[in-house]
Design a protein around this ligand. Structure first.
Ligand SMILES: Cc1ncc(COP(=O)(O)O)c(C=O)c1O
Length: 497
């Protein structure tokens, strides 16, 4: 038994306030000694106060959903030979421990103490009921959001940046390179690298580099070197610039540049902010915390919603809930939301494709628009990726989740409603989750159902205000998706039998 101090104070007939301070975590959760927090348990009486759950504990394990899937996901393939990938094929890119995690079938993987110690800077993150948004929408639905914007970089991305850099540091790696779309991932890796003393170099997608100068400055403040992508530093970048000197870039191009640099330099490894199994694994701290927080509030989600770029914040929240559903304990609808301008799940094909434009990464079976598809420069830079995480694609094929696409004007309309009722200004990416949650809440208004809607609020938009300015000035447009452009790009994916 861990020593603990528990207390419960009745402040009003409507609420009981319960708090607990633990000196040591139990086997699955770790107390945060920096925090003395309360779990507010709402009694079944109506109240105007906002139920707000801040867990006292950080999970001690990441959850690997592969262990619980009835059919295992297809293997990655070597980009040249098309043979199933072997661990050594990845060793120029990743440290051994991450390669092990990428291929692991173990259900739970221990989070190293050093990583938990950094997580303590912002975890556990709050779960908040959006009562004011519910009121604005006049809906009987109850809307909750799990807020990851409290991390130093402002999103969920440090949940994986910290362990990725830590495992590299353990193996004696001195330099890490990466791409960034929205700037959130680049910031997260720069932040984590500064903690563990590694050099960090980031290729920031040109459209985002121009739209978000403060993200670049944040990365530089944490000590990283930042290049716009496509850049003239790499062969992959030069090839794109020759074809289109004004290319807005894409995540696929920026990944090629970083992977190329890691491949050419023995002392340099590559880090990825989404898509791969180990990245999704690290993000499951979100869902593990959230399950406990929902329980504390006495709630069970009917619908769980998250935006998907490569899929990591969505997976992080949803995978632990899918585990509970597979056990038969709950039965929520799980819904991914993507931009209509880059709809890999809803419009793409399920096929083996490269993760990057220059065809340097392994082949992964995923929903893809084609590795050389360059999405129009929507404001959600983090959702401009041609493919979906292979694990999410597989789970989608198994029928455990659904997907929809929403255009950006509807997303920003929802974000403004959210900001003006709940206060938080969301990053452009989670505005997709907000718009979908609003659609669901308005359906509830029509049907009279009081569903519990849970959404992933994966980051704040403090450095994305030019996008809000466009919306507020009425200058935002919905960029249309071109089937022809997708078909042209799909013609270039490898055709494997
Ligand atoms: C705030 C935010 N949300 C979501 C995403 C999309 O990535 P993922 O689908 O991996 O969560 C990004 C990517 O950069 C992001 O910065």
């Amino acid at each position: 038994m861990s020593p603990s101090l528990s207390f419960s104070v009745n402040r009003s007939p409507k609420f009981s306030f319960q708090g607990e301070v633990k000196k040591h975590g139990n086997s699955l959760f770790n107390a945060n000694p920096n925090h003395l927090k309360f779990s507010f348990r709402e009694k079944p009486v109506s109240t105007t106060l906002t139920p707000h759950a801040v867990a006292t504990e950080i999970p001690t394990h990441w959850y690997n959903i592969i262990a619980d899937l009835p059919i295992k996901p297809p293997p990655f393939l070597h980009p040249k030979t098309f043979a199933p990938l072997q661990p050594q094929d990845l060793s120029h890119l990743f440290p051994d421990e991450l390669i092990k995690q990428e291929a692991s079938n173990e259900r739970f993987i221990v989070i190293p103490d050093e990583v938990i110690d950094v997580y303590r800077l912002w975890r556990p993150t709050p779960l908040i009921r959006a009562k004011r948004l519910e009121k604005l929408l006049d809906t009987p639905a109850r809307i909750y959001y799990k807020y990851e914007g409290v991390s130093p970089a402002g999103s969920h991305k440090p949940n994986t940046a910290v362990p990725q850099v830590w495992y590299n540091a353990q193996q004696g790696v001195k330099n890490v390179v990466t791409e960034t779309g929205a700037g959130q991932w680049g910031c997260s890796l720069a932040f984590a690298s500064s903690l563990f003393g590694l050099n960090c170099e980031v290729w920031q997608v040109r459209a985002s580099y121009d739209q978000k100068p403060y993200r670049k400055l944040m990365m530089q403040t944490w000590g990283a070197k930042v290049h716009p992508s496509p850049s003239s530093i790499t062969e992959s970048g030069r090839r794109i610039l020759e074809m289109d000197p004004l290319s807005p870039g894409s995540l696929g191009i920026a990944i090629s540049e970083a992977v190329e640099v890691a491949g050419l330099n023995q002392d340099t490894k590559y880090c990825l902010g989404s898509v791969l199994n180990h990245v999704l694994l690290h993000q499951t701290v979100i869902g593990e915390e959230c399950i406990k927080q929902m329980e504390d509030l006495g709630e069970t989600p009917d619908v769980i919603i998250g935006c998907t770029g490569g899929g990591s914040n969505f997976a992080g929240l949803c995978f632990p809930f899918i585990r509970e559903r597979l056990k038969g304990k709950i039965n929520p609808v799980i819904r991914a939301v993507e931009p209509t301008a880059c709809p890999s799940l809803t419009k793409g094909v399920y096929a083996y494709d490269y993760g990057d434009t220059a065809q340097l990464t392994p082949l992964m079976k995923m929903h893809t628009l084609g590795h050389d598809f360059i999405p129009d420069p929507i404001h959600s830079g983090g959702l401009r990726y041609h493919g979906m995480a292979p694990l999410i694609s597989h789970i989608y094929e198994l029928g455990f989740m659904e997907a929809i696409a929403i255009p950006q004007i509807e997303c920003f309309r929802g974000a403004i409603q959210f900001a003006r009722s709940e206060g938080l200004i969301p990053a452009p990416e989670p505005t997709h989750a907000i718009a979908a949650a609003i659609r669901e809440a308005l359906h509830c208004k029509e049907s009279g159902e009081s569903k519990v809607i849970l959404m992933a609020m994966c980051g704040h938009g403090h450095f994305d205000l030019p996008a809000y300015e466009k919306y507020l000035q009425g200058a935002m447009v919905d960029l249309s998706f071109s089937e022809d452009k997708m078909q042209a790009s799909l013609a270039n994916i490898p055709h494997l039998t």
